[in-house]
Design a protein around this ligand. Structure first.
Ligand SMILES: O=P(O)(O)OC[C@H]1O[C@H](O)[C@H](O)[C@@H](O)[C@@H]1O
Length: 538
């Protein structure tokens, strides 16, 4: 293993003067050879510094890391989440046929039963057969945070053209502003509240849920009758007063950030309907089938993972940007931040030893073209390269606005071309000379207009953003994260790093209410004191 990392590092070191543009000259079929499809999804990774030698080494790295064996173990229901002793089976939520054994038990009948109950409930809400105490449900408020918010919120925005159910709203932050701004203007008599929490103990969600219940109680006789619970802790949902007929459970082998495919996706199902939601699942299942069957060298999740490893662990680029040229994917970067950084932001390997290389990178992004007018300056001319992952649909949904879509696509392609090609000092000098500059001032002005280029990017091309293709994209990224985690030798499915802050928040709360502050550090005590002083009426 060490040897392959060393060989990859040497391969990169030998590329010192390499220009991506030269690779296209030396490998005439590169544009096609470094472009890989899964069904009708196309992943272009040609505009990177991965040449044939690097590609072969990266594939060897995947082989030596036993990616295929780990993948098969995951799909088979083995307990690959070793620090929590759990199977990892979010894939079972989107492959509703067949059987999967966990501890010798087939888990699929229960998964199918829950899906059928969700579909039945969603249909009744959408048709008006299930009503609020003031009539047909007009609004749905999903209260959840992290994986119980980011997935359904992202997917509901992405599928706006398919949205023909009640309006959906998402409350996540414990900041009272979030729920206050959301509930203002809603009619409690026709609002359905979903409490989405795998554990049903998350303090933000339970605080917001109680606030929503009080709000509902001020207007209807039976507030709990307009509440739904989505949780693995079905025993706790009854204590909140939610009838078991409106509780949709899932097992501990569904990680929070992988949970949009099951009950946590109920708000999406209410918005777009059970059929479109099933298409979303089918898209995820299609990517699963590809991931399981395609050889490593034409396996999209594997290749996306290997570009990630190349850029972060080998080239040392600290971040990567996800840049969907699709406004409806505006929450995808936030969704991917949890998926990638909570999964692979870890410093200890599965066996408890220190990780031998960098953990996963910082992931960030915004939809194009908006980002172009904000942070692309740094991407083009900053001192640290940022590998960019562009996503583009061939068709939009607004047929009458096709000219917008062509302009959007032109910008996406232009950005990856500009990043790769850059603009030389000579070209910049020519431009400035044409504007009348000369001498030292010509040089000075020209240098500001140089683009170093040679900046890597990949492009994921999809036919159109539909429930099916959204399912493909999300499953692609899930498996990418899994493959990167396997290669790094860490457990992508736990999240111990979120615990300490939660524990301390419980201890800091009394401090803010005037407790002595013993056990807290001087800075925290000082800030708490300033906070209290500022709260005094002036
Ligand atoms: O669904 P819940 O149990 O309420 O958890 C919500 C979120 O909170 C936790 O802190 C984890 O970091 C997330 O992985 C999880 O998605």
């Amino acid at each position: 293993m060490t040897d392959i990392w060393t060989r990859l590092a040497s391969c990169r070191a030998a590329q010192e003067d390499l220009r991506i543009t030269d690779l296209f000259a030396s490998e005439p079929a590169r544009a096609e050879a470094f472009c890989t499809s899964a069904d009708d999804l196309v992943f272009d990774w040609s505009k990177t510094t991965i040449d044939s030698a690097a590609r072969d080494l990266l594939l060897e790295l995947a082989r030596q890391s036993h990616v295929e064996a780990r993948r098969d173990a995951m799909f088979a229901g083995e307990k690959i989440n070793e620090t929590e002793n759990r199977a990892v089976l979010h894939t079972a939520l989107r492959n509703l046929g067949g059987s999967v054994l966990v501890d010798g038990q087939d888990v699929m009948p229960k998964v199918r039963d829950t899906f059928a109950r969700m579909s039945d409930f969603a249909s009744k809400v959408r048709s008006g057969e299930f009503t609020g105490q003031g009539g047909k449900i007009t609004d749905v408020v999903n209260i959840g945070i992290g994986g119980s918010d980011l997935g359904p919120y992202m997917a509901t925005l992405a599928l706006a053209p398919y949205h023909d159910g009640p309006r959906t709203h998402f409350v996540s932050n414990v900041d009272g502003a979030d729920i206050a701004d959301t509930l203002r203007g809603l009619n409690p008599e026709t609002t359905l509240v979903i409490v989405a929490s795998k554990t049903f103990t998350t303090i933000e969600t339970m605080t917001n849920a109680r606030t929503a219940r009080d709000w509902m109680a001020g207007a209807v006789a039976e507030p709990a009758a307009q509440f739904v619970a989505l949780s693995s802790a079905v025993d706790k949902t009854g204590a909140f007063g939610i009838d078991s007929s409106r509780v949709f459970g899932f097992e501990d082998w569904v990680g929070g950030r992988y949970s949009v495919w099951g009950p946590i996706g109920l708000s999406v199902m209410l918005a777009v309907g059970p059929e479109d939601f099933a298409d979303f699942l089918a898209g995820g299942a299609a990517m699963d089938a590809h991931f399981r069957a395609a050889p490593l060298d034409s396996n999209l999740p594997v290749l996306l993972a290997l570009t990630g490893i190349w850029h972060h662990q080998i080239c040392g680029y600290p971040t990567r940007a996800v840049l969907p040229y699709d406004n409806r994917l505006m929450r995808l970067p936030a969704y991917l931040q949890q998926l990638e950084m909570e999964s692979n932001g870890k410093r200890v390997a599965m066996d408890g030893s220190d990780l031998a290389m960098n953990s996963g990178p910082v992931v960030w992004g915004e939809p194009g073209t908006n980002g172009q007018h904000a942070f692309y300056q740094l991407i083009h001319q900053g001192t640290t390269p940022v590998p960019c992952e562009f996503i583009l649909a061939a068709r939009g949904h607004e047929e009458e606005l096709a000219h917008h879509h062509i302009l959007l696509a032109a910008n996406c392609l232009a950005q990856s071309e500009a990043l790769m090609r850059g603009r030389s000092l000579e070209e910049a000098r020519g431009l400035m000379r044409a504007k009348g500059f000369e001498g030292a001032e010509l040089d000075r002005q020209a240098r500001h207009r140089v683009f170093p280029g040679n900046r890597p990017s990949t492009t994921l091309l999809i036919p159109q953003l539909t429930p099916f293709t959204l399912g493909q994209i999300i499953a692609l990224y899930e498996h990418r994260v899994f493959v990167e985690g396997v290669i790094l030798g860490l457990n992508s499915f736990d999240q111990w790093g979120v615990e300490l802050g939660k524990e301390l928040a419980l201890q800091v709360e009394p401090l803010l209410k005037g407790d002595s502050g013993e056990g807290h550090d001087p800075s925290t005590r000082h800030l708490a004191k300033l906070f209290q002083d500022l709260r005094q009426p002036s």
